[in-house]
Design a protein. Structure first.
Length: 146
């Protein structure tokens, strides 16, 4: 299957950096995206997904901070070097063509993605990486039976 994976809130811990900052509004305009921590479980989970599927990273950088586009590329190559050249920056995730979108937001076209959208949120017990891998495996078995 072809799987798209969001960055912030799914593999990169944007929320932690946002809470640590002293900004009152729009942390996305201040956070240092180059230094975000990796979210628990993401390293192992993406390695597993990459073994069996075609995976891409699909991320929406703040439009007014072009330096973040480069920071996202550098961050990805540091933590997930095998995903070099697999980064897609877009504000329109509904335009992606594939089987699964793993994303924690609904404001960039995720609900209109033509495949299956796994609404990831690390704060919900049933929507973490463990649940996500089960979801992908279940869908994969369904496809293989067809
Ligand atoms: Mg996100």
């Amino acid at each position: 299957m072809r799987i798209y994976i969001d960055m912030d809130g799914v593999i990169a811990n944007f929320d932690k950096a946002a809470k640590e900052g002293e900004w009152k509004h729009r942390p996305d305009l201040h956070v240092n995206y180059r230094n975000l921590e990796v979210i628990n479980g993401a390293i192992e989970s993406l390695a597993k997904l990459n073994a069996d599927h075609e995976i891409f990273i699909a991320s929406t950088p703040p439009w007014t901070r072009p330096e973040v586009w480069g920071h996202k590329k550098e961050w990805l190559e540091e933590h997930f070097p095998y995903l070099k050249r697999k980064l897609i920056l877009t504000h329109r995730k509904d335009l992606l063509i594939g089987d699964i979108l793993i994303d924690d937001s609904k404001y960039r076209g995720q609900p209109d993605f033509k495949g299956s959208w796994f609404w990831f949120n690390k704060d919900w017990d049933n929507r973490n990486w463990k649940a996500c891998l089960e979801y992908v495996n279940n869908l994969n078995e369904k496809y293989e039976k067809v």
